[in-house]
Structures are given as structure tokens and as C-alpha cells.
Design a binder for this molecule. Sequence first.
Ligand SMILES: [Ca+2]
Length: 229
Amino acid sequence: MSDDAEFDFTGLKSLVDDPTSNKTMITVLAISAIILVYTSVDLSNLNKEVRELKDSENQWQISFDLDTISFQDTVILSDGEQRQFDYEITETQIPDDYRVGNIAVIISYSETSGLPADPADSVSSTIRQTSMEAQWNDEGNTLSGSSNDASDIELMLQTYPDFDGLTTNGTGLNSYQVLQPWTQSGFGVGTLSVVVELNTQSPPFLTDSDEEVTVAVQVTIFKANATSP
Ligand SMILES: [Ca+2]
């Protein structure tokens, strides 16, 4: 015996057959449909409002106050000489709440021999890896370079992950949480080693035996600020 057989359609049938109750039912159904649509639209709007409110509370803008720590050396290198310059970046040099973002090194020189028709010398330079905590394998790094026309050699080491100094967005329930990725300590603290090598180019029948080379180091430090729009 199936369940369908037990269901009595008589009542429903008489309801549908009766024109009065039919009208009533259509009215009731229409009103129900209107209420349902209205409630659904209302709920969806409310949901949207709540979601927007929640999102706007979690969205923060992160900007950076920038400063620099500089080192500079000007030395005379002799032909074929390779010299290492070590720069110590210590916690005491870095103001409170600041972190080391990246380190730029510029090696510059010109032809100063005074010899007639003396061509520019060749200089090459490398930032040698040390125990300093930095992004040694970052794609944006330029850890070595060379010049043979007296143009500057520009090197760069990314120390803090993803730092580029540009305003960015963050999410979090409060500024402390939002700033967490930008307040890690240790990056860029330690020894920066820059190796510079000189190979002179001499004019015919004369000897250019040395050159003056300047190593300029610019350490970019930053302090992150979070503002809720
Ligand atoms: Ca020369």
C-alpha cells in the first residue's frame, strides 16, 4: 500500500472548486508573495549594509614615514686592487618604531689621471652576503655591477620583505594588528659589505696607475602608520 493512497484530496479539491475560497486563496497567496519578496529584498539590503560596514572597519591604509642613514667613503684604489668596505648598521642608529627597508649603494668615479686621452677605468662592485637578515634572494636586488665609462654603479639590497615605501592597504581589527607585517625586527641590522675593484685603462705609451672611487651607502628606514578611512 502506497502513502499516496492514504492522502485525502477531497478537502483540497472542494477548496479549489469553490469560487469564493479560490479568490480568498489567490489573495492570500498574492499577499504572501509580496511579503516574501519584500522581506527578501530587505534582508539582502541589510546583509549588504552589514557587509559594507564590516569591510570598511577592516580596511586600513598603511603609509610610511621615511628617513635615511648614510655612509660615504672616498678612497684611491691602485690598478688591480680589490677592497672591501664594511658598514655596521646597528639598532642604536635606528630611531624607535623604525625598520630598515632597503639599502642602496652608489659607486662613483671619474678619470682624474690628467694624462692626455686617458680612457675611463673599469670599476666593478659587489654587495657581499653577510649574516645580516635581509632579502638576499629578492628579485629586485642588484647585488653586483660594473662600469667602464665612469658612469655610476647602482646596487640595491632589499632588507625588509615587500617594502617599497609606497602607501598600501591592510586589513585587521585594529591598528596594532594591521601594522604587524611592518613591525618585525632584525631586518637590515648587521654588517653591509661592499667590495670594489679597480682596473685602470691607460692611454698609449703612458701609465694610469690608480683612481679615486667614492662609495655612498643610503639606508632607507621607515615607520609604518595605519589609518582607517
Ligand atoms: Ca684611465
